[in-house]
Design a protein around this ligand. Structure first.
Ligand code: ACO
Length: 428
C-alpha cells in the first residue's frame, strides 16, 4: 500500500497520498486539499512545491550533483556534444548512429531564417539589448512559421522544436551583429553547432574566418552546462505559458523574458560586472562586508542557489573551461580571474557563507570565460537562452503528452479590501 500523510485542518483529518519519484524526495499530493478542506497551501517562491512530474533532469542539491536523463552532466560536458545532449533531453536516450545522423542533419536543414526577418531586425535601435531583441524575434517566429504552431499535431510540434534549436543561434548571432553594425553572416552547415555559431558571431565578409577549436569546444561545453536545470524560473514560466495552449514559439519566448532577470540568467552579466567593480584583490573584504550587511541590498553575484546547498557541479566544469580559454589566449594572469579565485577562497571560509551554504554557482566563472572569447556582457544571457531553449523544449514536449497536464492556475491568500459598496464620484 502506498504511504499517506495525515493532515488535520480544524476538526477534520484527511489522508494525503505520498508519491515517490525514482530518486530524490517524495511529494505529498495536495491536489484534493481544497475540495476536502476548503484550504489552499501557501508557498511563495514555490520553495516546497512540485508543479509537475518530470523525467528529464534530476538535481541533488545537497550533494551538488546534476543528471540529464540519469547521466551526470559533468560527464556529458566532457564526453558528449551539445546537439547530442539535446537529443538525449528530448528523447530520453542517447542517439544511435542512424538517429544521430537524422537528427543532426535535420537541425542543420533549418539553420537559415526567413529572409524577411532581416527587415524585422532593422526596426530595432542599434543600441538595443540583444535580450530585448531575442524576446521579440523568438515570439515573432510564430508569424514567420505559422505552419508549425498547431500544438495538437505531433508533426508540427516536432518541426517547431527543431526549427527553434536550429534558428535561435542564427537569431542570436544576428542580434549580436546588429549591435555591432556589421552585416549578418549566414549559417555554415559544414560546421558543427557551436563552430557555426562562433562563425556567425565573429566572421566578417572582408576576411577569411578561422575557427578556434578550443573556443568552440569551450562554448559547446557551456551550452551543455546550461541546457537544462529542472523546474527553474524560466522553465516554469515556459510551462505555465504553454499550459494555456499558447503556440511553441510564443511559449519559448517567455523563457527568454524570465531568464533575462539578474537573479536568473542575467547573473553571469552581473557577476562579471561585480568582478570588474571589485577590480583588485585588496578591495574584496569591503565587498564581503557589504554582502553580509542586512541593510545593504548588495549580494555576491554568482554565489548561492535555490537548490544547490553545495558546490554547483556546473561551476567546477566552468572553472576548468575558464582556464582552457585563458591559456589559449595566453592570459593566465587575468586580473578578473585572480579576483574571482580570491573572492571564492575568502567566501568559502567565511562563517556567513558557510552557515547559509552559499557556494559559487555556474555564473561565477562563465562571465570571465565568455568575455575572454570575445562576447560582450550583453550577449551572456542570450547564450544562456540559446542553450536553455533545448531544456525549455524538452519540458514543453514532456507536458504536451502528459495526460494529467492542466492549465496552470495558482491560488492566493487575499489580503485586500472586503466587498464594499461603490460610491458615486459626487459622494466621495
Ligand atoms: N550574497 C550574499 N547573501 C546571499 C546571497 C549572495 N549571493 N545569496 C543568498 N544570500 C543570503 C540571503 O540574503 C538570505 O539571507 P537571510 O537568511 O539572512 O535572509 C539567505 O542567504 C538565503 O537566500 P535567499 O535569497 O532567500 O535564497 P533563494 O533561494 O531565494 O535565492 C538566489 C537564490 C536567487 C540564487 C540567491 O542566492 C541570489 O540572489 N544569488 C545571487 C544571484 C545569482 O548568482 N543568481 C544565479 C543563480 S544560478 C542561475 O540562475 C543559473
Amino acid at each position: 500500500m502506498s504511504e499517506i500523510a495525515k493532515l488535520k485542518v480544524g476538526k477534520k483529518e484527511i489522508d494525503l497520498p505520498i508519491k515517490k519519484g525514482s530518486v530524490g524526495p517524495s511529494v505529498i499530493d495536495v491536489s484534493k486539499l481544497y475540495s476536502e478542506t476548503d484550504h489552499f497551501t501557501f508557498d511563495p517562491g514555490f520553495t516546497s512545491t512540485g508543479s509537475c512530474e518530470s523525467s528529464i533532469t534530476f538535481i541533488d542539491g545537497d550533494k551538488g550533483e546534476c543528471y540529464y536523463r540519469g547521466y551526470p552532466m559533468d560527464v556529458l560536458a566532457e564526453k558528449s556534444n551539445f546537439l547530442e545532449v539535446a537529443y538525449l533531453l528530448w528523447y530520453g536516450e542517447l542517439p544511435s548512429k542512424t538517429e544521430w545522423n537524422e537528427f543532426s542533419d535535420a537541425i542543420k536543414n533549418h539553420t537559415m531564417v526567413h529572409e524577411q526577418l532581416n527587415t524585422f531586425f532593422n526596426g530595432f535601435r542599434r543600441g538595443a539589448h540583444p535580450m530585448a531583441i531575442m524576446v521579440a524575434v523568438v515570439a515573432a517566429l510564430s508569424a514567420f512559421y505559422p505552419d508549425s504552431i498547431n500544438i495538437s499535431d505531433p508533426a508540427q510540434r516536432r518541426i517547431s522544436a527543431r526549427r527553434m534549436v536550429a534558428k535561435i543561434p542564427t537569431l542570436a548571432a544576428m542580434a549580436f551583429k546588429y549591435s555591432l553594425g556589421q552585416p549578418f553572416v549566414y549559417p555554415d552547415n559544414s560546421l558543427n553547432y557551436s563552430e557555426n555559431f562562433m562563425k556567425m558571431c565573429f566572421a566578417v565578409p572582408a576576411e577569411p574566418y578561422k575557427i578556434n577549436k578550443t573556443f568552440a569546444k569551450a562554448l559547446d561545453k557551456i551550452f551543455i552546462l546550461h541546457a537544462d536545470h529542472e523546474q527553474n524560473a524560466s522553465t516554469s514560466t515556459v510551462r505555465l505559458a504553454a499550459s494555456s495552449g499558447a503556440n511553441p514559439f510564443a511559449s519559448i519566448s517567455t523563457g527568454f523574458t524570465s531568464l533575462w532577470g539578474p537573479l536568473h540568467g542575467g547573473a553571469n552579466e552581473a557577476a562579471l560586472n561585480m568582478l570588474k567593480e571589485i577590480g583588485d584583490v585588496k578591495n574584496i573584504p569591503e565587498y564581503i562586508k557589504k554582502a553580509k550587511d542586512k541593510n545593504d541590498p548588495f549580494k555576491l553575484m554568482g554565489f548561492g542557489h535555490r537548490v544547490y546547498k553545495n558546490y554547483d557541479p556546473r561551476a567546477k566544469v566552468m572553472q576548468k573551461t575558464c582556464h582552457d580559454v585563458l591559456s589559449e589566449i595566453g592570459n593566465n594572469d587575468n586580473k578578473l580571474l585572480q579576483v574571482a579565485k580570491e573572492l571564492e577562497k575568502i567566501a568559502l571560509n567565511d562563517e556567513y557563507f558557510i552557515e547559509k551554504k552559499l557556494y559559487p554557482n555556474i555564473d561565477f566563472y562563465s562571465g570571465i570565460t565568455l568575455n575572454a572569447m570575445g562576447f560582450p556582457t550583453t550577449m551572456f544571457t542570450v547564450l544562456f537562452g540559446l542553450a536553455r531553449t533545448v531544456g525549455w523544449l524538452a519540458h514543453w514536449k514532456e507536458m504536451m503528452v502528459d495526460k494529467s497536464a492542466r492549465i496552470g492556475r495558482p491560488r492566493q491568500l487575499y489580503t485586500g479590501a472586503e466587498p464594499r459598496e461603490f460610491k458615486d464620484l459626487s459622494k466621495r
